[in-house]
Design a protein around this ligand. Structure first.
Ligand SMILES: [Zn+2]
Length: 267
């Protein structure tokens, strides 16, 4: 069994080195270092050094794209979104969103470069951290609206389904968004393979079965060629005040389903 922990919020190697000793002492085999847009803009040399001292401590290294473009998990802001307001997602009610469109060519070029940089730091595994389309409930938008409803996505939808994209999310929209996420992963995963880096993915857990923000079909994600590790992260604290929420049911269901998808595709 491999055990690991995520590490973030500190970019001072001499302090990190001490923490890594502690992490190793607690029987971890790997550490996940978050990498944000700010890290790559201002501390690329430090990120490389962090990977090296982690290896020197006897730990394998995973790295993610920490909230990059506002489409992955993480508590960081996106410079790409601030600088590219024409490439962001739109809600079906017309509101522009603080998240890059997953179908934006410019964003995909940026992300490919970003992940290529992570690979160049010498990591063992790249961690696709909760790739998703905008979550309206998470940011206080009406639950009936969804994204991305930008002109580019509407055009792609029409090309694939021969009709206009509906204003309300339905099963076809779910499928379209799943295909968009899969196409993004398929486009970038070769960067990992060329660098001999493993591809891990963590899909968002489902509060209820059928919930879908682009990775709802776990079979579709787990079956992707470039994905070596499949997982989910049923954090429960933010849901505790939801009426009828049952922690044990939530964690158990998502864990059992993740394990089933991983086993099915030998991930
Ligand atoms: Zn879009």
């Amino acid at each position: 069994m491999e055990t690991g922990i995520s590490y973030f919020g500190n970019r001072m190697p001499k302090h990190i080195a001490k923490d890594l000793v502690d992490i190793k002492k607690h029987n971890c085999t790997y550490v996940l270092h978050t990498c944000s847009e700010i890290d790559q803009a201002y501390y690329p040399g430090t990120m490389k050094e962090i990977v090296k001292i982690s290896h020197d401590s006897g730990l394998k290294v995973q790295m993610n794209s920490w909230a990059v473009g506002g489409v992955f998990g993480g508590e960081a802001y996106s410079l790409f979104v601030m600088q590219n307001s024409d490439e962001v997602q739109e809600l079906s009610n017309g509101k522009k969103l603080p998240a890059a469109c997953l179908n934006s060519k410019k964003f995909r070029v940026f992300l490919k470069q970003f992940i290529g940089n992570c690979v160049s730091y010498g990591i063992d595994t790249f961690f696709w951290d909760e790739p998703h389309f905008y979550l309206p409930w998470h940011f206080g938008d009406a639950p009936g609206d969804y994204g991305c409803f930008c002109p580019n996505c509407k055009k792609l939808y029409r090309e694939q389904y021969g009709k206009a994209m509906p204003k309300k999310q339905d099963r076809t929209v779910d499928e379209f968004r799943e295909k968009c996420v899969a196409s993004l992963l398929n486009e970038i995963n070769p960067v990992l393979k060329r660098g001999r880096v493993e591809g891990a993915i963590c899909v968002l857990p489902k509060l209820i079965e059928g919930e879908n923000s682009g990775t709802g079909d776990w079979d579709r994600v787990a079956s992707l060629k470039g994905i070596d590790l499949f997982t989910t992260d049923p954090y429960w604290t933010m849901h505790l005040k939801r009426p009828g929420f049952n922690v044990e049911e939530f964690v158990r269901r998502n864990t059992v389903n993740a394990l089933a998808a991983a086993k099915k595709y030998r991930k």
